[in-house]
Design a protein around this ligand. Structure first.
Ligand code: KG4
Ligand code: ZN
Length: 356
């Protein structure tokens, strides 16, 4: 089956065509992503209204480009999938309404995809892995540890109770005058820094469960920066390196707890697999930390290529294909959702940055 996917839940306007064979093999025919980073850079973060307007302006052209690059026409499609949440509601409305129109005009089944399910199933698109597996999703909007048990079947072990990890990187960068997006800038600045110079807090480490919190770390870093001001280049490097070291310790502690929870809820006789996804998974220090952790905990680590880890529409098309193969389609009256947890049983988390 050949599926058009549409992604508009944050600041990427994206469309992709993905083909899935009956035995579950995947082929990405096109994957077009228009990043709005420059539109938001001056504000140090994504401005929802600007994002929604940019999606309206660009989405039709991006969809046409995805079809063109794939070398197919409307008649070759078997379904249209779009992110229906969670995310910035203005953008989600644009993508979902566009998908509904296409479904109506071309008489195609509609698949309303949970953006988090898109991230969660990407490793099956890239590496054809079997369920279940443990997922660490770390991006600008999400920080979650989940057991991916099947399509539509998730068990959340932990989430953030305040900022998402990417947000913590972005806010740190803003505070230190390093620009947006902050993650790559903090990583770059940390290269020549001393990770031991500042003893920053590691919130939640050692606590029961697998939840995350980053706001205390952010505040501690701000206090240090204020105490040192004006900052020398070496101060910025040491602050960034110390921040990254704290992040790595937090991720190790929380992920280890999730690995134990995963092992306790599944048959562990076969190889255990962990997948890391989201923009922050691009961080080199975090990648090597996760590699070491997986080796010591006997997990195989899968990290999809970066272009499929960060927001894209191929993952939405693929999730749509997986759902369509199981007969899971949606009616045209389905509503977009700003919040939409993957695991309805998970207790609600609250906080400014919590999107599920
Ligand atoms: O997955 P993504 O592209 O979009 C969202 O769904 O949010 O993630 C973007 C986030 C941003 O917060 C960005 O600062 C962060 O990922 N990021 C990084 C790195 N590259 C991107 N954080 C740390 N280190 C990096 N190298
Ligand atoms: Zn995302």
């Amino acid at each position: 089956m050949t599926i058009l996917g549409i992604e508009t839940s944050c600041d990427e306007t994206a469309a992709a065509i993905v083909r899935r064979t009956a035995d579950g093999q995947a082929e990405i025919l096109s994957n077009v992503v228009l990043s709005q980073t420059e539109d938001h850079a001056a504000y140090g973060g994504v401005v929802p209204e600007i994002a929604a307007r940019a999606h309206v302006t660009h989405l039709d052209g991006i969809v046409a480009e995805a079809l063109k690059q794939a070398g197919i026409s409307w008649g070759d499609l078997n379904g249209v999938a779009a992110t229906a949440g969670p995310g910035l509601i203005g953008g989600v409305i644009v993508g979902l309404m566009t998908a509904k129109s296409i479904a109506l005009v071309h008489n195609l089944p509609l698949i309303a995809v949970n953006h988090l399910e898109g991230h969660a199933l990407t490793a099956r698109l890239t590496d054809n892995i079997e369920f279940p597996y443990l997922l660490l999703l770390v991006s600008g909007g999400h920080t979650q540890l989940l057991s991916v048990n099947g399509v539509g079947s998730y068990q959340r072990f932990g989430t953030t109770i305040d900022d998402a990890l990417g947000e913590a990187f972005d806010k740190t960068a803003k505070l230190l005058g390093l620009g947006f997006p902050g993650g790559p800038a903090v990583e770059q600045a940390a290269i020549n820094g001393d990770p031991k110079r500042f003893d920053l807090p590691r919130p939640m480490v050692g606590r029961a469960g697998c939840d995350f919190s980053f706001s205390g770390l952010k505040t501690a870093l701000r206090r240090q920066a204020e105490a040192l001001a004006p900052l020398k280049e070496s101060d910025i490097a040491d602050l960034c390196a110390s921040f990254q070291a704290a992040i790595c310790d937090i991720i190790v502690d929380r992920t280890k707890a999730a690995m134990e929870a995963f092992a306790a809820s599944h048959d562990t006789s076969s190889q255990k697999t962990m997948v890391a996804a989201g923009g922050v998974a691009a961080n080199t220090a975090l990648r090597s930390t996760l590699q070491n952790l997986c080796e010591t905990q006997d997990f195989r680590l899968i990290m999809p290529p970066l272009a499929l880890c960060t927001d894209n529409a191929a993952m939405i098309a693929w999730a749509g294909a997986e759902r369509l193969a199981l007969g899971l389609t949606d009616n045209l009256d389905i509503s977009p959702r700003a919040r939409w947890p993957l695991d309805p049983e998970a207790k609600a988390a609250s906080g400014a940055g919590v999107k599920v």
